[in-house]
Design a binder for this molecule. Structure first.
Ligand code: NOJ
Ligand code: CA
Length: 562
């Protein structure tokens, strides 16, 4: 294997909610340092830490006001260096979150243009003259409302894809691009091992900035391909790879949605822009067009079709980054399962389903414990710009307050952002004071301390899966994916194959028995089964009984080597 990521499992930390060390109710770097042993016990290879740079925290750190420092809420640069050194000692790599599409309006570049009409930074942002007393066009921001904000009392407006406190950077400007590359090197020189790159396929905008036909009651329109994977983005991404990431020697995982099948080779192929890209094909299928209040029912069959087509598109072109959860999603059991079905069996089936897919798998903090959505009681409990925007949008589409609240609560990003559950202690061991978001009431049952001790816990199931992947010498990262047609269309079955080995994954993500016809069944041995993974019997490689696959049973099989 040439590169560490070819056999890696990556764990995402949302630093505000991982571990508080100085008792202010907010997680911090020392908290992560104190929990490194836990991460080592899990067996993961790297951690991706959501943004820890100085920020006014309008979007919890995705609004950076200084790219080369640490926000005092999280600690200091010295703490960060200590984290790097201690993590590296444990063979854990550190992946920084890189937000290159926009910065905070509190950043000195933006502050300077507010004060100084001849600011050297005015071409660092996308600034246009207003039209007819209003914005330059009717593009809608991803966080609601116009994507343009007036500068002081002038007729000039700046563009923001996300909130108005996140001003988009003007990638057309080579000076801006050079500053960003220099900043990336600054972190590489400090010793970071890779980057998760935020919203990267928004960096190119259609320079005609056309007005569009309105698509909602607000008279605005989603600009779609005018700013998402827009024509010409490849030139920027190629330069970023060469100048920023040492021509691809540095690990990168891109948050790049809507990459079309014909673009995959360019993005992650042999000479692609990134090491891997997150797979959005199934994590957003429970909602229509990004609207949290427009739910879509997911059957196991639909889920399987989405996963299969995305994995098949990537086959032979590079690496995916499969994930079930992150800080922008609700908890996966609530997303993919009916409430009555949420239990160990169904959660471990979801886990097994995605964990052996092609690519570098990511686990989001608390996912390994089986954390579920928080039982929100009122809209005031949330601390997320996007949740408030989605609530307002739901009301504008005619939903009453109760219904809007119910739907938005189910999908809110804060479901993933509540504190990590460490123990049965006060505030689940996250902090001694009241945390910035509430603690899940299930914490007495679902927590690290209890699950570590319990042999048949989800946490130990994850440890087992990680161990299997780690012992595969990179097989699961790279081997070919092949979806299998089944007579029970809700049974999820796929193969992973290379020249010498073959594994088979069977996932029955439904509350009824299923079966699978495998003619040469005796040629397979069972490696992992979520009904008995903790007993030695299962690991002694028995021949499976596939005529009778139990409700929510999932199995990893291996073809005997001849
Ligand atoms: C994607 C990030 O994951 C999300 O949390 C953030 O709000 C937007 N990009 C804007 O940076
Ligand atoms: Ca703290």
């Amino acid at each position: 294997m040439n590169n560490w990521w070819e056999n890696a499992v990556i764990y995402q930390i949302y630093p505000r909610s991982f571990q508080d060390s100085n008792q202010d109710g907010i997680g911090d770097l020392r908290g992560i340092i104190n929990r490194l042993d836990y991460l080592a016990t899990l067996g993961i290879d790297a951690i991706w830490i959501s943004p820890i740079y100085p920020s006014p925290m309008v979007d919890n750190g995705y609004d950076i006001s200084d790219y080369k420092d640490i926000d005092p809420i999280f600690g200091t640069l010295a703490d960060f260096k200590e984290l790097l050194a201690k993590a590296h000692k444990l063979n854990i790599k550190i992946i920084m979150d890189l937000v290159l599409n926009h910065c905070s309006t509190e950043h000195e570049w933006f502050q300077d243009i507010l004060k100084n009409p001849d600011s050297p930074y005015k071409d660092y942002f996308i600034i246009k003259e207003g039209k007819n007393g209003g914005a330059p066009n009717n593009w809608r921001s991803n966080f609601g409302g116009s994507a343009w904000e007036r500068i002081n009392d002038s007729n000039k407006f700046y563009l923001h894809v996300f909130s108005k406190e996140q001003a988009d950077l003007n990638w057309e400007n080579p000076n801006l691009r050079r500053e960003l590359y220099e900043m990336i090197h600054w972190w590489i020189n400090l010793g970071v091992d890779g980057f998760r790159i935020d919203a990267i396929n928004f960096i190119k905008k259609n320079q005609d900035f056309p007005n569009l036909s309105p698509d909602g009651p607000d008279g605005l329109a989603d600009p779609q391909s005018n700013w998402l994977n827009a024509e010409g983005i490849g030139d920027f991404l190629q330069e970023l790879k060469v100048e920023g990431f040492e021509n691809g020697k540095i690990f990168t995982v891109a948050e790049a949605n809507n990459v079309r099948p014909d673009q995959i080779e360019d993005f992650i192929g042999e000479n692609g822009y990134f090491t891997c890209i997150f797979d959005f094909s199934y994590t957003d299928m429970d909602i229509k067009a990004g609207d949290w209040f427009r739910p879509v029912r997911i059957s196991p069959m639909k889920l399987k079709n989405n996963i299969f087509s995305s994995q098949e598109n990537i086959n032979g072109h590079g690496l995916a980054a499969p994930y079930l959860e992150n800080h922008d999603q609700n908890r996966s059991p609530n997303k993919f399962l009916e409430t009555k079905d949420i239990n160990f069996q169904s959660k471990s089936s979801l886990a097994l389903m995605y964990f052996f897919l092609q690519g570098v798998p990511f686990i989001y903090q608390g996912q390994e414990l089986g954390m579920t959505n928080y039982p929100w009681a009122s809209i005031e409990q949330f601390n997320d710009v996007s949740t408030y925007d989605q609530f307002a949008r739901a009301l504008s589409f005619g939903l009453d307050e109760d219904e809007a609240f119910k739907r938005v609560s189910k999908r809110s990003r804060d479901n993933a952002r509540i504190p990590m559950l460490w123990s049965k202690a006060l505030n689940a061991g996250f902090s001694e004071v009241e945390p910035w978001l509430p603690v899940h009431p299930d914490y007495k049952k679902i927590n690290v301390e209890s699950e570590i001790k319990q042999t048949n816990s989800l946490l130990n199931f994850y440890r087992k899966m990680i161990e299997i992947r780690k012992n595969s010498a990179g097989f699961f990262t790279k081997a070919k994916f092949k979806g299998i047609k089944t007579h029970d269309e809700n049974l999820i079955a796929y193969k992973r194959q290379d020249e010498d080995k073959e594994y088979l994954v069977l996932v029955n993500l439904q509350d009824k028995t299923s079966s699978f016809d495998l003619l040469n069944q005796e040629e397979y041995i069972e490696i992992l089964n979520n009904y008995n993974f903790y007993s030695n019997e299962a690991t002694e490689h028995k021949v499976p009984d596939l005529k009778n696959i139990k409700p929510f049973e999932s199995i990893l099989l291996k073809k005997k080597e001849i």
